[in-house]
Design a protein around this ligand. Structure first.
Ligand code: ZN
Ligand code: ZN
Length: 313
């Protein structure tokens, strides 16, 4: 219904909702030139096709075939190997809004950190960390129902287990279609896409991960691998390609599945916009409606979808 109402508004030449307009009347939405060439599956290009959005709107969508491997930064490391290893040997762990360096001493301190003596991710004699260092152990542990034999493991999977990257095909509306009520971030699809070929995923299922006394380690770029989704991000730490804004606004780092731009958390002056809505979005005259990602420790990128979403597979 909303889509019909919008279409008729445009047809009769009346006003377009202000959150679709920016820069003196330019429609907001995905700019294909923002994607790194290496973000796309070799031989593919961004095309358009008819699509049906999550709210039922008929639309035109961009079709992106993303590599699933970051075009601009290495993947890993994830788990330190020894409780004496420093920050270079591991990635990140996130808890209650904070991203922690996943060092050997952090692993050694988990029982204290979580106030739970069942945490024991390392061999008390050798100090070596229990790591899922085979594809079979990754498959058994990098999932919400962790195989019991991998309780008390630092879980990591390598990009080589998914042939160097799991491609995905993503449909994103060319012109965003705002919802009258914001939509929850589901667990079954992606949140959006970075400009380097990697997807922004929904929150990691940390309750299940922690219940099994596992750490599903992220690398310093906030991503990790599982065999279903390949390499994907759960945090934006500033690694992936971005588009600077000439007015000092936070750089653009990707697009949400509803077609609205996703920007970094902080403006160039270090301040977070103070007028974000529950979706972590706001509207300005230059960019129209757009999101700002949450902090790297928050286990989310945006709070909800402002618009009808495309799809990913
Ligand atoms: Zn994940
Ligand atoms: Zn903004």
């Amino acid at each position: 219904m909303r889509a019909l109402a919008l279409a008729s508004l445009i047809l009769v030449g009346c006003t377009t909702p202000t959150d679709l307009l920016a820069d003196g009347g330019t429609l907001v939405g995905l700019k294909t030139e923002h994607f790194l060439p290496g973000a796309l599956v070799a031989g593919s290009s961004i095309t358009t096709e008819a699509c049906t959005l999550s709210g039922g709107a008929s639309a035109t969508c961009y079709r992106l075939q993303l590599t699933g491997a970051p075009a601009d930064h290495p993947v890993g490391p994830f788990c330190p190997r020894s409780i004496t290893d420093g920050a270079d040997a591991g990635g990140l762990w996130i808890e209650k809004g904070t991203a922690y360096e996943l060092t050997g001493p952090f692993i050694a301190n988990l029982a204290t950190f979580y106030n739970d003596s069942a945490w024991q991710l390392f061999d008390a004699t050798t100090g070596l960390v229990h790591v899922t260092d085979t594809q079979a152990s990754c498959a058994a542990a990098a999932r919400p129902n962790v195989d019991a034999q991998y309780n008390n493991y630092c879980v990591e999977c390598l990009l080589s287990y998914v042939n160097g990257g799991q491609p995905s095909t993503v449909l994103i509306p060319v012109t965003p279609v705002p919802l009258s009520l914001a939509a929850e971030i589901g667990r079954m699809s992606i949140v959006g896409v970075a400009l380097n070929g990697v997807n922004f995923d929904p929150p990691a299922p940390t309750d299940a991960i922690l219940a099994a006394h596992t750490i599903a380690a992220f690398d310093d770029c906030g991503g990790h691998v599982n065999l279903a989704a390949g390499y994907h991000y759960h945090a934006a730490t500033g690694c992936s390609a971005s588009v600077p804004q000439s007015d000092g606004h936070a750089p653009l780092i990707g697009y949400a599945l509803d077609g609205y731009a996703i920007h970094a958390m902080l403006n160039v002056d270090g301040a977070e916009p103070d007028d974000l809505d529950t979706c972590r979005g706001h509207t300005d005259a230059v960019r129209g409606f757009h999101y700002h990602v949450a902090g790297a420790g928050e286990n989310q990128f945006i709070g909800c979808f402002h618009g009808q979403q495309g799809s990913a597979k």
